[in-house]
Unconditional design. Sequence first.
Lengths: 422, 315, 408
Amino acid sequence: MENVPHNGTELEASIRVRVIGLGGGGSNVLAGIDRDRYPHVEYLAVNTDSQALAHSPLTHKVLLGQNITRGLGAGGDFEIGRQVVEADRAELEALVAEVDLLILVTGLGGGTGTAAALLLAELATQTEATVLAFTTQPFTFEGARRREISDAALADLREKVHGLIPVPNDLLLQETEEDDTALSAFAVADKWIGKGIHSLCAMLFETGIINQDFSALRNLLQRRGGKTIFAIGAGKDEDFVKDALSQLCDCPLLHATERPSRMDRILLHLVVGSEMGLAKIQEVVTSISEQFDSSKEIIVGAVMDSRFAKSLEICLIAKVEIEPTATTSDNAGLRNGREPMETIGSLGLENANMEANPKPVVHVSKLIGKKKKEANEDQDEFLFVDLEAQRGYFEQTDQNLYNNEDLDVPTFLRRGIKIKLK
Amino acid sequence: MKRQRRDWGVSSARGQQSWHALREQTHKTPGVKSLTVKRRQIFLYLKGALLGIVGIVIIGSGALWVGSQLQEDRSKGALADSKPLASIRYKTNGVLSHARLGSMISVSTGTRLIDVDIHAIKRDLESIGQVKQATVERDLPDTLRIQLQEHKPILRMVIENAAGEKKLRMVSRTGEVFEALDQPPDFVRTLPYLGPFQHNDGSYFPLGDMEQVANLLNTCEVNYPNEFQKWNVVLLTRYRGQPGLPGEVIEVRTKEGDSVERLIFSASFDFEKQLDRLRYIREVSSAMGDPLVRADFSMNNKAVVEFKSGRNKLL
Amino acid sequence: MSSPRIVAAVEIGTSKIAVLLGRLDGSTKVDIVGHSLSTSKGVKKGEIRDLRAVSDCVHSALSSAAGKYHIDEVYLALSGRHLEGNFNVGTATVSDAASRVRQIDVNQAIADAKRRELPENRSYIHHIQNPFCLDGKVVDSPLEQQGQRLEVGYWSVHADTPLIRNYLRVIGGYGMEVNDIVISSLASGNILAEEVEKDAGVLVIDIGGGTTDWVLYRGGFVVRTGVVSVGGDHITNDLCAGLRTGQKRAEQIKVEHGRAFHDREDRNEKIWLVGDYTIGDKEFPKSAATQIIEARVTEIFEIVKAEIKKADFYKVDDIASGVILTGGTARLEGLEQVAERVLGLSVRLADFEPGLDAELRRPEYTTVIGVLDYARVDQDRVDQSNDGMGILNGLMNVLGIQRKEASY
């Protein structure tokens, strides 16, 4: 094949891929991606912050909650985020329609991104779309509350999407250089998520030595829920095979979750330089197979990138449907859905012109006796509805707080000790 | 186990609050008590009830007797000394004006003081939300004394009733919600708005104790009046009114021009320290020329601060 | 004294369930007649999460330890973050005209110390007596002494009631009742520290899989106990995250290459991540592992130190016998050095009872050996009293004090 990454086959045109960056964090990731490489992929930014959206280089933008936040953003407040996305449900519904692969990118723990991801994922369950979500989790230093929101959102999201790839910022800090600030960790997240999306696109849109297409991905992900393992690695020049494998194993996307001992299905996609023959590819596959789960057959796809001689890019996706360690108690205490405050969350902004002529803040009529609307029985475990109760549950069992630090999180991560693996 | 050891110096806890009591509970089938226990309980219950009845009878009859004696005395003296009502002496610890009062109670001069229904007046006064307590006394021969304790507003909130009417209401330190009467508009304007906590059943009322919120506001108003002026909204979304518990935070939204800041105070830690940290954060913020967006004091010792530039800092 | 009883000491830990079967014949001797050590399931950070899984594990552990014996009594070791304690001082004014302390005064002081009400859902496990003070002076035995004001302190340990119920249910499911519960730190501490060490002051730290249990002795008394819900499993977990490898390999690296502190030289020493030297395998500097472990281990000791400081007991002179380390993680190379550096006390690793069966010479058994010893002492009490009422119990304590001087 030619050294053009996309070659306009029928296949390409028939798969509709939409990548949506949600909130400030998600939009930023997409801004950093080379969006021209796969022109059939649609990139969208969704935010409540009109200014941030205006600065985004993406062509498709959706501003949410103009009536509630007036374009000022949700301020990282999940409650506001929730109200906003609920109010603009119809617009979000349109975003999940007529798409085969939906990739959500968001930072969890804040307002817009968290709430929009949850709602979009929920809306997408009504469609045929396969949904993947890349999420970043807040730093420990951002406080317990953000983490609680993020943890709960993660658990909820996991059930609704086909594949979830979480990336904790704490872990990404490890990737940054010695004197970098927390901000550079975001940049690292952007880089990895961007690469991940590209790798997926390469698999879907490029044809080559061993073809794998969307049906392979869909087959791999099959059902919603479960655990997804995702890793990418690349190497060039002298030790390109070794480097790519080593990067694959170090990939922060891979280490965000505890790696399960067994995987149900593994899909491996390679973009190889012209110097790599089938024998070498086989060697790489065997090596990876041994490191992950050798008991499973690996579905392999490979395309050639003839621009380079010594080059290898690896993308690994695996799925575990049911976690063997899942305990029943994990969902206890997450009941009692209740209607969130109707307009109270927008206080800070609504009050802007309250001085002269006070406007309603609390609509008593709406506050009392309103039940959760049309409870969708199956997905009723909308964790957020009772964050308070949930927090109580976490404190009693899951979190291990000492002086407000979660002791279960590795000490070196909390203290920001950089571990050099080279 | 060959080493010579002394006693442990430890004793297993026994008695009611010990785990041994649990063993008894789990041991016996719950809900099924032995006959003797039941009998003893019934006996104790009857004994208690009997004692109670006897006590009530004694106290009741005593009270009746004393009451009747007093009634006699009072009516004798009052009848003799009572003249038509000439003046109402009025005292309050709050802001309710005399004029307002006049419109609130139904009594006309000329009525014999003894005929004035002071209980009805007290009832009327206490039906006013702003009034915490009213004392109404006859001061013979011709004066009525009224003393009021009023709720002092610390916050305001706007509510909407079923008919869609919007009303401004005041909130007191004890969590009472009432209509503002005679509150000076300049004062009301300084009160932050309240976003109340939502109970498990979805309701917002009763509001619950605002003591800690009042302390925070007061600490700020007294020590950092300029800061307090900016405080626009107090959000209790994550405050159940139990300051000892972890995670209880009081959120304050400030407003200056178009920008809204979020200040998240821990309800459990010392407010003065948190406010002092806020002062410091403001200094840092202005030194950096980077406006504050969010300051979270809910972690002990350090605050997580977010600036407009997107920078996060622990201060 | 009485006919021999078979007592099972059970520790339901985060990673292991240890059962020790002992025959008590009323003497000071305990014959260990059975033991089992099995993998634990359904326990997190020392607390029962999955009742059924735990029950299955415990029941099979009990059966395998019991063999042909019939278990008469079960004693339980208890740990977990839910354990808390409070220190209460009880006082009594000496009532006798001649200002001589009588039993009634002692009882009153004891009752006063134990009267603190617990919040709902908490249950007392131990009331640990501290010395008597007569007019501010410590006295060994206050009876018959001259004075006005008698004081006694108690370190009272209490636990989460629903969790205790679960433990009782697990044993109840085996058709047994729990005779008594001992917190793990006490069980290990009492068996590991010599009497002279307890007198001089000693801190015993037991780092298990999910929790770290500690007990501080001073002047022969248990003055504080505590639980940090961090253990060896956390080290493994940290290594997984930091080295980007699986649980199994991380555990292996911890055991084979782990050291509690980081050394400059570690930067140059290489460890293979997977260990099979194949194409995907790669090297990483040992410093990566040691840095990760050091951060965690240091933090554990820092927390213990902070807790002791908070109780105002952190005085080096009062902990003259230093620190005794035990538990599975005590095997970690260099743990003593880190403990020494952080705590500022001399540190030694626990040694085993002389004459102990080779199979039982594992730190995992220390707690249950301690629990058996507790059962041995407890039998004397059971013999002397068959009632568990508060006052009588207080009296037992006094007897205990007096017995302290007696030989045994």
